[in-house]
Write a protein that binds this ligand. Sequence first.
Ligand code: XMP
Length: 489
Amino acid sequence: DGFPAPRLFSQGVSYTYDDVIFLPGYIGFPADAVDLTTRLSRRIPLAIPCVASPMDTVSEAAMAAAMASLGGVAAVHCNTEPHIQASIIRAAKSRRLPFVSSVPFFSPASTPSLSDFAGHDYALVTERGDSLSKLVGIAVAAEISSRVVPVSEYMRPAPRSVSSSFDFEQAASILVDEGLDYASLVSDDGEVIDVITAKDVERIRSYPKLGKPSLGADGKFVVAASIGTREDDKRRLEQLVNAGANAIVVDSSQGNSIYQLDMIKYAKKMYPEVDLIGGNVVTITQAQNLVNAGVDGLRVGMGSGSICTTQEVCAVGRGQATAVFKVASYARDHSVPVIADGGISNSGHIVKALSLGASTVMMGSFLAGSHEAPGTYEHKDGRLVKKYRGMGSLEAMIKGSDARYLGDTLKLKVAQGVVGAVADKGSVLKFIPYTMQAVKQGFQDLGASSLQSAHDLLWSDTLKLEVRTGAAQVEGGIHGLVSYEKKAF
Ligand code: XMP
């Protein structure tokens, strides 16, 4: 009944997630008992199999703190100056709270206008206007004077401080117990880091309870970061490692290149303590080269991303279901975790990626448009949207990401991605827990009580699949209704 994966994927056909469907197994446990713990790379355990993509409309400090506090991880993008990328990593790792507000800092003598608050309700006032000098007050945007006067004339006294080593519940109970509207977040070294408000507490308490966060050996959030494969990326690498990056993603659309292999060997030699993720690959041969060079994780996908045009522009790539299965069938013999990158638009795609051998999924569009994604919301056709763009889009390349697409040595720039927008999705702190619950239900239907047991079903040929015809795909989606409202939670 049905085909085992090795048979289905050896027919010379490239399948996407939507092309295939699993046959159900036997349910012998409740969905809540499903264990989704996994590994990002050889030495980095995660409580949930979710990775935020290193893209400049997805992964900066707020996403990194939120993903780590959920038990996943974000890879901070490299489409910016190395010192800025390093400061994003430091910001995410400087706290145990699931958010980063990035409020502005002013000195008492400064005369900011409302726009200097950059949409924040509060700003911190320190002696020199930086995070390292003494906190002297807090300025409230709603109380800004219409006259040009120094902040010192209208600021409120320095708020109570909360240690940056406190987790959310510890910090929240101080605000609630003491009836505070806000408190400052201060490190043990006295660095002023952020503001936590009663509004933040109320918002985060309305989400599902946070599980086990991803913490590194340093006791701080696990944060990954991407680099390119140019010579000057070696200096970037050094700054990222110094900032505490736990894993480095070598970011190329086609990872089987002399540039990437050289970078992997260099990074492994210089920073053996940091896990190195290579890619992207879609074939066993590509994967072999990266594994032989010493990678600790493999990023799989070429042209499957929602904003990708690589397959159309370059005629190279592979259906994502086939790519994940093929690379995983090789990587498992070397104990190298596979990251299924791109093409995730629902929880079923996550179940498919993991059950076809991946250890995690990397997501761009699924996380873009969230509260934690960089950028601001705009109104478009009556909807609230945030920008989401391919790192190979002209717009992103002009900002600097063209090394990923090996275009840096070419005079003519050809885009391999597009710029778009995605609808407001709310906070990842809310929709990722719901998505993981849906993934657990999928695993339960398959009879897999953990990621390991899903992989055991796959590699023992117990997992059975079939290809869906076009009509079967239509049948599997919503159909036959005049109108409907699609709401998952
Ligand atoms: P999703 O489907 O999650 O895909 O939005 C995210 C992944 O897409 C890749 N990526 C690109 N691929 N051109 C491409 O061909 C691009 O401009 C581009 N930008 C990102 C990347 O692997 C990412 O994780």
